[in-house]
Design a protein around this ligand. Structure first.
Ligand code: COA
Length: 186
């Protein structure tokens, strides 16, 4: 399956590609992005190249990898969203991140909504899952805005991990209501 570019009201999502290694490296080594996502590790350029290659392979094998996120008004990469395997046995998880200058505008929720739509509408997933470090409340808030439900908490990952998911049926119901971004949290 060819990796698709997706467009939202304000954003363009482009499948990770080798032409943007430097921009993605800057994104993943940003102090805000790496804090919880990467246990504050400063990843190498080779790690980013590996993520790009793995994402390309997932797009061709199962239809979903990682997308860079840019504003429709410009090409600089401001974040990422998509699916990547975690845990043992590996399980595809929704994940996202934004450079700090682009937080607080609903961009993560907007990009993640489109990634979830894609998983259900195009790939016919039964369920979309996500997990985040328990103290990463900004990430928990995104999952709650999306309408995902907390399923369990574990002590995994040093700080604890909270697991969320949404089923295809729940997402259908969720889509019938407007996205609560910009307004009070549910
Ligand atoms: C997690 C992360 C993506 C959240 O970013 P975010 O910008 O807070 O999330 P959203 O896109 O949902 O934006 C919501 C905020 O924008 C505000 N907002 C302002 N204008 C808005 C608009 N037009 N539409 C929507 N929301 C708007 C919302 O009120 C909310 O603000 P609040 O947090 O003060 O309540 C970000 O903190 C991040 O990149 N973290 C590092 C990477 C990471 O940990 N990722 C998670 C790993 S799974």
């Amino acid at each position: 399956m060819e990796a698709p570019q997706l467009t939202t009201e304000r954003l363009v999502l482009r499948p990770f590609a080798s032409g943007v290694v430097a921009e993605l490296h800057a994104l993943f080594t940003d102090a805000h992005v790496r804090r919880w996502l990467l246990d504050d590790d400063v990843v190498s350029r080779a790690w980013v190249e590996g993520e790009i290659a793995d994402s390309e392979a997932r797009f061709s094998q199962v239809g979903c990898g990682l997308w860079s996120v840019s504003e429709r008004s410009g090409t600089p990469i401001i974040g990422f969203v998509g699916y990547r395997p975690f845990f043992d046995p590996p399980e595809l998880q929704l994940l996202y991140g934004l450079l700090p200058a682009f937080c607080g505008r609903g961009f993560a929720t907007e990009a993640a909504t489109t990634a979830v739509d894609y998983a259900f509408d195009v790939l016919h997933f039964d369920e979309v899952r996500a997990a985040t470090d328990t103290p990463n409340q900004a990430s928990v808030a995104v999952l709650e805005r999306l309408g995902m439900s907390e399923r369990r908490r574990t002590a995994e990952g040093g700080h604890g991990t909270v697991f969320f998911s949404v089923t295809a049926a729940e997402w259908q119901e969720r889509r019938s209501r407007p996205l609560p971004v910009g307004g009070p949290r549910r």
